[in-house]
Design a protein around this ligand. Structure first.
Ligand code: FAD
Ligand code: MG
Length: 298
């Protein structure tokens, strides 16, 4: 049994940011991390992360590694590799969970466990996730070089992509039998100059070539999809945190101070917002830490 004042589950951007603030408040903090970041596919593709101040165009793994190195320089931080599970509120009111053979008991718990993406089952799409297939125009739209952009529809968010991406290039919205825009929606797409393709997709090839069922090949600079998101870990549900349904999937409900409805449990990052990025994860993590810290005295 391991007793700690503060535990953070998830040691990526949100969790690292939370732990840094607690370490700087001279508190003992344990970070438990399974090492499966949402954007690891970007590293695997040799691509880079965008939009996070001072780190634009840097590999996601490098950003996390520098943050971890700076965090571990504080003497009050312990790092545990592994998967936290069986989280619950113990009889004494503390927050408990297991990591392998170890039971951890924490006074305050910050969940920074992220989400997992489920891509539509279009052959060739998943292999290109993080290389030439993305979901966030702000993160990767600029790299489309103002050229042809394909939008592979799988949810009503495809309409948003169809309208937005015209700012980053010349979009083609592939309905692929997944969505059927009404006349108003089609008119809005047309006003933005977005082409609508109704022939279903057979597969993706090359960098971002869309092969249609009728044999045509449309060469794109990149593709955008609308993956369904799932909480990466069940620990929030195990504890009894409330969830909310966002446009891409469920996320943990938090108040403006990142507190969940479970006393002394806070949540931050992609797991606790409708849509996230590195900047927002870092901000949420800091806020979660401020709230968790102050809850010990006020
Ligand atoms: P994550 O980074 O997903 O980290 C969660 C961590 O918690 C992981 O290490 C995981 O292993 C750990 N964990 C989960 N459950 C447990 C458990 N039970 N026990 C222990 N550890 C656990 N954002 C940008 O700002 N710019 C970009 O250019 C950009 N590009 C992207 C490209 C792609 C293809 C994708 C998918 C995302 C991109 N993002 C980008 C978004 C960015 O990846 C996320 O917003 C960010 O990773 C969220 O950080 P997080 O700390 O909340 O979660
Ligand atoms: Mg918030």
């Amino acid at each position: 049994m391991k007793h700690v004042d503060f535990a953070v589950i998830g040691g990526s951007y949100a969790g690292l940011s939370a732990a840094l603030q607690l370490a700087r408040a001279r508190r003992q903090v344990l970070v438990v991390d399974a090492g499966v970041r949402r954007n690891r596919c970007v590293d695997e593709a040799g691509e880079t992360s965008h939009g996070f101040l001072t780190q634009d165009g840097r590999a996601p793994a490098e950003i996390a590694a520098v943050a971890k190195q700076q965090l571990l320089a504080y003497g009050t931080v312990q790092w545990m590799e592994g998967l936290a599970d069986e989280a619950h509120v113990a009889a004494d009111g503390r927050l408990a969970f297991r990591v392998g053979e170890t039971t951890v008991s924490a006074g305050r718990l910050i969940l920074a466990t992220g989400v997992r993406d489920e891509l539509p089952p279009v052959p060739g799409l998943a292999e290109r996730w993080g290389r030439s297939v993305f979901h966030c125009p702000y993160c990767h739209g600029h790299e489309m070089n103002a050229g042809p952009i394909g939008i592979v529809a799988s949810s009503p968010l495809a309409q948003h992509h169809g309208l937005m991406l015209a700012d980053w290039g010349t979009p083609t919205l592939f309905l692929n039998g997944a969505v059927a825009p009404d006349n108003d929606e089609l008119a809005a797409l047309q006003r933005r100059g977005t082409r609508v393709e109704t022939t279903p997709i057979d597969r993706i090839e090359g960098h971002a070539d869309v092969l249609l069922k009728d044999g045509r090949r449309l060469v794109m600079n990149g593709l955008f999809a609308q993956p369904r998101t799932h909480l990466a870990s069940p620990v929030a549900q195990q504890l009894g945190c409330a969830l909310e349904e966002g446009p891409t999937g469920p996320f943990i409900r938090v108040d403006p101070g990142q507190a969940t409805r479970v006393t002394h449990v806070f949540a931050c990052g992609d797991a606790a917002r409708a849509a996230g990025n590195v900047t927002l994860a870092v901000a949420d993590g800091a806020m979660a830490a401020f709230s968790a810290h102050r809850s010990t005295m006020f």
